[in-house]
Design a protein around this ligand. Structure first.
Ligand SMILES: Cc1ncc(C[n+]2csc(CCOP(=O)(O)OP(=O)(O)O)c2C)c(N)n1
Ligand code: SF4
Ligand SMILES: [Mg+2]
Length: 200
C-alpha cells in the first residue's frame, strides 16, 4: 500500500524525477549497497528524494546539513556520504558552511539541486536567480547579479566542482558516479528544471 511518504508529490515536469533516477542508477552501477550509503538533507522542495532511495537518511535544518554530514563522515569514514539540497539552502543560508566544506576537503559528495529559486516557499529569488528574472520577490525583474558557485568553490580550494543538468540524464548519472568516486570534497551543481516557478 502506498503511504503519504511514498506518494510522488512533485509537479509534473519537475527535474527531481530525472535527478533521483540518476542517483539510483549511479549507486547501482557503482555497486554501493544500501546499508553503506547515507544521505543528509533537510525539508525543501526535493526533500522527498531522500525517501525514494533505499539508504540511511538524516533530515536536518535549513542551511545546516553540512555540519551534520561532516559529523557522519568523521564518525563512519567507511560510509558513502551524500548531502543534497537546494540553491537557496547551500548558496544562501548555508553559504558559510559551503566555503568551509570546500576547505576541509572531506570525502563527501554534495549535490545541489539548483532550480534558481526558493521553490518550496513558492518561487522567491535565490542567490542563483538570473538577472532580470521575474520572481515573487522581484516582480519587476531581479536587479542583483547571480554568483557562480563553481568559481566560488574553486576560490575556496575545492578540487572537484562541476555542473550538470537534469535535462541530460546520461551525463548527469555519469557525473554523479564521478563525484561519488572522487575521494575528497565533490560539488555537483545540478541545473534543475522547475516548470512551476523557473520560467526563464
Ligand atoms: C530557518 C528556516 N528559514 C526558512 C525556512 C523556510 N523554507 C523552507 S524551504 C525554503 C526554500 C528552499 O529553497 P531551496 O534551498 O532553493 O530549495 P527548493 O525548495 O528550491 O528546492 C525556505 C526558505 C525554513 N524551513 N527554515
Ligand atoms: S515547485 Fe519546482 S522544484 Fe518544486 S516540485 Fe514543483 S517543479 Fe519541482
Ligand atoms: Mg531552489
Amino acid at each position: 500500500m502506498r503511504s503519504w511518504l511514498t506518494n510522488i508529490q512533485w509537479c509534473p515536469g519537475c527535474g527531481d524525477f530525472i535527478i533521483i533516477m540518476a542517483i539510483k542508477n549511479a549507486f547501482k552501477e557503482l555497486w554501493i549497497e544500501s546499508h553503506n550509503r547515507v544521505v543528509v538533507s533537510w525539508i525543501w522542495c526535493s526533500w522527498k528524494a531522500t525517501q525514494y532511495i533505499d539508504w540511511y537518511a538524516a533530515e536536518t535544518l535549513h542551511g545546516r546539513a553540512i555540519p551534520f554530514a561532516t559529523w557522519v563522515k568523521m564518525a563512519k569514514p567507511e560510509l558513502t556520504v551524500v548531502a543534497m539540497w537546494g540553491d537557496g539552502d547551500w548558496y544562501g543560508i548555508g553559504m558559510w558552511h559551503f566555503i568551509h566544506a570546500c576547505r576541509r576537503d572531506l570525502d563527501i559528495t554534495y549535490l545541489v539541486f539548483n532550480n534558481e529559486n526558493y521553490a518550496l516557499t513558492t518561487g522567491q529569488a535565490s542567490p542563483t536567480t538570473p538577472i532580470w528574472a521575474k520572481t515573487k520577490t522581484t516582480p519587476e525583474g531581479n536587479i542583483v547579479a547571480p554568483f557562480d558557485p563553481i568559481e566560488l568553490a574553486k576560490q575556496a580550494w575545492a578540487r572537484y566542482a562541476k555542473r550538470a543538468d537534469s535535462l541530460n540524464f546520461v551525463e548527469l548519472k555519469e557525473l554523479i558516479k564521478e563525484a561519488i568516486t572522487h575521494k575528497w570534497f565533490s560539488l555537483l551543481d545540478i541545473r534543475q528544471a522547475c516548470p512551476s516557478f523557473k520560467r526563464w
